[in-house]
Each structure stands twice: as C-alpha cells, then as structure tokens.
Design a protein around this ligand. Structure first.
Ligand SMILES: O=P(O)(O)OC[C@@]1(O)O[C@H](CO)[C@@H](O)[C@@H]1O
Ligand SMILES: [Mn+2]
Length: 443
C-alpha cells in the first residue's frame, strides 16, 4: 500500500516526488499518469502506427515496413515495462544524452532496488518514456527522423485556426502605427499567452479539444491564482537594460506557440528588446512540444492561407528569423529528466546563455515542474524559495496548472480553489503568471 493510498499527505519537500509516494491525500496525478495516462498515450501511438503503416511505407520506402514492426515491438515492450513496474532499462542509444540519462537512472538506485516506473521520480519516468519512444525510431535506418507526433501537432494548428486568425487580427491591429509599449497592451498579451498553454496534447492524451473561449481573457481572469503581470511589465519595460535580449523557452505548438510569436513580435516592434531567443526541443516531446520543423511548418501554413493577417505576419516573422532578430535555438537539455537545479552543473553554458537575457519566459506545466524541482511545496512557498537557487535571469513563468505542484499562492487560495474544483491541479483550468526578479549568475 503506497502512501498516497494510506490517505496521508506526506509533505516531503526535500526530495523530488516519487510516483508511489507522491504526497497528496488522494491518489496523486503522478500515480494516475503512470498507471493510466502513459499507457494510454503509448497505446494511441502504437494504434496510430498500425493504422498508418501503408502511408508510412509509401513515404519512407517499402523497407521501412519491417523496421516499423520492430518499432511497434519496442513501444509495446515499453508499455509492458511501465504497466508491470519494471526497472527503467538503460537507453541503448549512442546519442550523448543517453549516457546522461543512464547515469541519472543509476544514481536513483538504492542498495536494494533499481528505480522502477512506479518507484522513482515522476519527472524521470515520464521524460524517460518519451526518450525511449524517440530511441525506438532513432535505432532504425529508414524511420530515424520520423516525428511520431507530427500529425497531431499539425492538427493542433488546424484545429485552432479560428483562434489563431482572431489572434492574428488582434496583434496586427495592436502593432499598426505602434510607437512605444504600453503596460495594458503587454499585460493583455501575457494573459492571452498564458491561456494558450491550455492547448496541450499531452494532457488531452493526443485528443483535439475545443479552445474557442481562450480569447476572452477577461472571463478567465478569476482563474488566474497568482498574477505578477505588473512585475513582469516592470522588468521588460526597464529602460536601463542589462541586455537587449528576451528569451522564451517554448512549450506547445499550435495556438500556444502562435501567441508566443505574437509576444515576441510585440517585444521587437516596441523596442522592448532587439533580439528574442526561442528554445525548442530536439526530439518529439510530450506530444505537442515545439521542434524547429514545427515552427517552420506553421510559418509555411500561414504563408499559404489567404488570411489577410496571417500572410503578412508570416512574411515579417520569417524575416525576423532570417536576419537574426529572432533566433531559434535547439538544446537537448530541455528533454533531459532533470529539474532546473541541475542546469548549472549539467549545462553551465546554457545557464550562462540564459543569463544574457533581460527576462526569460518559461512556458507551461512541464517547465513549471522542472523549475520547482518536482517537489511537494506548500502552495504558499514563495516563487524564489521554490526555485532553489535557479536564478540565471529575471524569470517570467506562465503556466496553466496541469500537475499537482504549485508555489507562490497567497494564503488560503489553494484551499479555496480545491473546494471549488477538486481537480484544479489537473485540467489546466487555473493559471499562474509568476515572476522572480532575483538574478544569480554562475559564480
Ligand atoms: O508542459 P505542458 O505542455 O503545459 O504540460 C505537460 C503535461 O501535459 O504533461 C504532464 C502530465 O503528463 C504534466 O506536466 C502536464 O499535464
Ligand atoms: Mn508541452
């Protein structure tokens, strides 16, 4: 009987959350994810490959058919290992990040037991699953570059096209004849950007969901549980810039990344900064996370529509990318299983790169879990304390709550929200716009 079933809330804040010990007085979302959600995601992937095998053979050549069978076998094996709580098998990939995963997995072993899917850190087993999925394709010859989530990510864009067209009209009109940035405009964009994070295929297990209401942010304001928008505005509009760069660590494709590019355009057009750096993933990740090819696919879609707002935006944004005003940067750090207290040691260059920014925007729930160490904080723990020394630059954190970890809430807000919505930490219906102004470069 694991703790989460004994009905006690073991508020262990020192160590990252073990799935089976995850500290909520009800079955934790971590436990539900490993027990139910992850196997469903794998089943959906396998079913999709079986359904698409003819198209895949057409696109990748008839010899890919044999390799596809091997991939399906590997994914079925992974699903079996998760469902039967087997130890996390070392990655066999020769890619540099595989060694880092394997060393970290080995570090989790106790004298009696190796880490298993239910008896290890939730963040580790969930990241590991996506890295194993990538490995299954990476090992093949013909399917090495196959993006298992490509169709879902493209559908996420087409499924949100009405919202995207609304946003395109809004940003075009906002930026026409604009001189300087305004607090109200910027905060309105922050809120539009926050709610864009509800568009997340991992939480919906790959299903397309209706997000038509996301544009009406005024109606959603009561669902923002912590709002540091003013402080973020102060930080970005600071005219004594330590730097002329703003960084965005992306999360999901579709409407979310479209709102990211709208904020990035506002930042450039109003001269808040001269450059925007955008970090993307290097492998297919949590179903909807942005990779470089997803960004360029979206720009191409925008160019080929007849929408009078999307077309010119696509031209302007492509120019930003070509002339270096916007820089898309790939780093495999974002697809490692580490929370961000590990960055200084594991990738000091990345930590230093982030510290070159005036402000770094972190988007989404997985980034939130990594920022706050995948730990069971008391919800009123301050953002600064929860970051545990991760202060490469001023941080702006925008996240709809989809996992049971939260910091920086005013007294009583967690209890009140729990009373209103027992699933407030699982569905992305409640949001946070949080800020930390402390800056601590690597000494
Ligand atoms: O980072 P995102 O896209 O906002 O959310 C990632 C997510 O869907 O995956 C995990 C649960 O499987 C949670 O962190 C969250 O629900
Ligand atoms: Mn995501």
């Amino acid at each position: 009987m694991c703790d989460c079933e004994k009905g006690n809330r073991s508020m262990d804040m020192k160590t990252p959350r073990n799935v089976h010990l995850s500290a909520f007085y009800k079955r934790s979302f971590a436990f539900h994810t490993v027990k139910n959600r992850m196997p469903i995601i794998l089943t959906n992937i396998i079913d999709g490959l079986v359904r698409n095998k003819a198209n895949i053979a057409k696109e990748y050549g008839i010899e890919s058919a044999e390799e596809l069978k091997t991939v399906i076998g590997e994914l079925s094996e992974l699903k079996y290992e998760i469902q039967t709580n087997k130890p996390l098998k070392p990655l066999t990939s020769t890619a540099p990040d595989a060694r880092i995963y394997n060393e970290y997995i080995a570090e989790q072993a106790t004298t009696e037991n190796p880490p298993t899917h239910f008896h290890t850190i939730w963040l580790l087993t969930e990241c590991y699953m996506y890295r194993r999925i990538a490995q299954a394709f990476e090992k093949s010859n013909t399917l090495k570059d196959y993006d298992i989530f490509r169709e879902s990510k493209q559908e996420s864009f087409t499924n949100s096209i009405k919202l995207i067209q609304q946003m395109a009209k809004y940003i075009t009109e906002l930026l026409s004849n604009i001189q300087k940035p305004s607090k109200d405009d910027f905060i309105a964009l922050l809120k539009l950007n926050l709610w864009g994070n509800k568009c997340d295929l991992s939480i919906s297990l790959g299903k397309m969901t209706d997000h038509s209401t996301l544009f009406d942010t005024a109606a959603l304001d009561p669902h923002i549980l912590s709002d540091h928008s003013e402080q973020i505005w102060q930080a970005v509009s600071d005219t004594q810039p330590m730097s002329d760069i703003v960084t965005i660590v992306f999360d999901n494709v579709g409407y979310e990344v479209f709102t990211d590019l709208c904020i990035a355009d506002y930042i450039i057009s109003t001269k808040i900064a001269e450059k925007v750096k955008m970090y993307v993933k290097t492998i297919p990740w949590f179903i909807s996370d942005v990779m470089t090819h997803d960004l360029y696919w979206m720009l191409n879609q925008m160019k080929t529509t007849n929408d009078k707002y999307l077309k010119p935006l696509a031209a302007k944004w492509s120019n930003y990318l070509e002339d270096g005003t916007w820089k898309v940067i790939e780093s495999n750090f974002w697809t490692l299983p580490f929370d961000y207290t590990h960055m200084k040691k594991v990738n000091p260059d990345l930590y230093n790169e982030l510290s070159e920014s005036k402000v770094v925007f972190f988007k989404g729930d997985l980034n939130y879990r990594k920022l706050f160490g995948e730990k069971n904080w008391h919800p009123t723990t301050s953002v600064e304390e929860g970051l545990q020394g991760f202060h490469p630059a001023k941080l702006a954190i925008l996240r709809t709550i989809k996992a049971d970890i939260v910091c920086g809430l005013p007294e009583g807000v967690a209890e009140k929200t729990e009373g209103e919505d027992p699933k407030w930490m699982e569905k992305g219906d409640w949001g946070l716009i949080q800020y930390c102004g402390k800056v601590e470069p690597i000494n």
